[in-house]
Design a protein around this ligand. Sequence first.
Ligand SMILES: NC(=O)c1ccc[n+]([C@@H]2O[C@H](COP(=O)([O-])OP(=O)(O)OC[C@H]3O[C@@H](n4cnc5c(N)ncnc54)[C@H](OP(=O)(O)O)[C@@H]3O)[C@@H](O)[C@H]2O)c1
Length: 356
Amino acid sequence: MAPRSVDGTRLPGAQHPSAVEIDAARRALDLAARGPETGPNPRVGAVLLSPDGTVLGEGFHRGAGTPHAEVAALEDARARGAQVRGATAVVTLEPCRHRGRTGPCTRALLDAGVARVVLGVPDPTAAAGGGAAELRAAGVDVVEGALREEGEELLRVWLRSMRRGRPFVTLKIATTLDGRVSAADGSSRWITSAAARAHAHSVRSRVDAIAVGTGTALGDDPELTARTADGGLAPHQPLRVVVGRREVPEAARLHGPGGELVRLSSQDPAEVLASLWEREVRHLLVEGGPVLTTAFLRAGLVDEVHAYVAPVLLGAGRPVVGDLGIGTLADALRLRTVEVRHLDPDALLVARPQEV
Ligand SMILES: NC(=O)c1ccc[n+]([C@@H]2O[C@H](COP(=O)([O-])OP(=O)(O)OC[C@H]3O[C@@H](n4cnc5c(N)ncnc54)[C@H](OP(=O)(O)O)[C@@H]3O)[C@@H](O)[C@H]2O)c1
């Protein structure tokens, strides 16, 4: 059992977080969630506590190029005139030890004289990881795993993308009840309801890039923008990626206001992901059509499916997915449902592969 004082504050050398530190870890997660979901960096929060458990400063990371959460919390503490020497830093992610766009957090914590660090999730990245070991080597008391599960859930997309070294892929499909994306004559607008489309726009505003195949780009002339409820452009616009060898015409709406248009003259999903990774894309939304959808599924490169299903039957027309090379039911690609939402009159089913 870890040494604790009667009021739950920590005693020197405690190997587990105290009740006060767990409360601070929860607060740090709330702070982390205020950071942007898009961009190459994780959402991180930090709270600085005095040895008696008083909050000295708080901070979170606001996106690439801005101070990391630990540094923001140190700045906050200084602005409050608080003494941080001997303090405990409670952070949702292991402090980084690399110099990227900003300096290493381990150095900032050591320079400030922080005596103890309670962290949630270990950093899986080769460049940034190892912060805990460095702090320990410098004599800091480090406790790992505080509210780790909650921290992993908040960072789910970022962690998976870093572990795989490729963008996290969410596949969006919008179909009739019988799995069609267009009618026999090719008409496809709109199968799903305004509520479903509004939800899909809110998802677009939380990803780094949206991809469609050239078939959809040429056939539907989409804008691929993220729109708000009043029809205006959302503040964050994802990259608009068109995959395939054919050209996008000059007059296409894809050249209009919105995110940067990225043309990838490739038919290989892995190549597409590698080139988007180079552009710091960590979350890609694949929006079809059926050829591109099938290619990503066949390659095993889908991490989450958003299936908007309208209570509509066509009986003929394009199916949402082509041949996946599955000949028997035992080989079916079975997903795990993680959410079902009613978007009147449609339904959204969110599902993930078994291992995600
Ligand atoms: N309801 C929905 O969720 C939804 C979403 C999107 C589209 N749609 C509908 O789908 C229809 C278009 O479907 P689609 O399947 O023809 O279009 P698509 O998947 O958007 O584009 C297919 C084209 O992309 C290129 N491509 C990219 N990766 C490829 C790969 N791995 N293998 C082969 N070709 C690849 C090929 O063109 P190149 O020759 O140029 O390389 C191919 O012809 C439209 O009617 C649209 O309305 C529905």
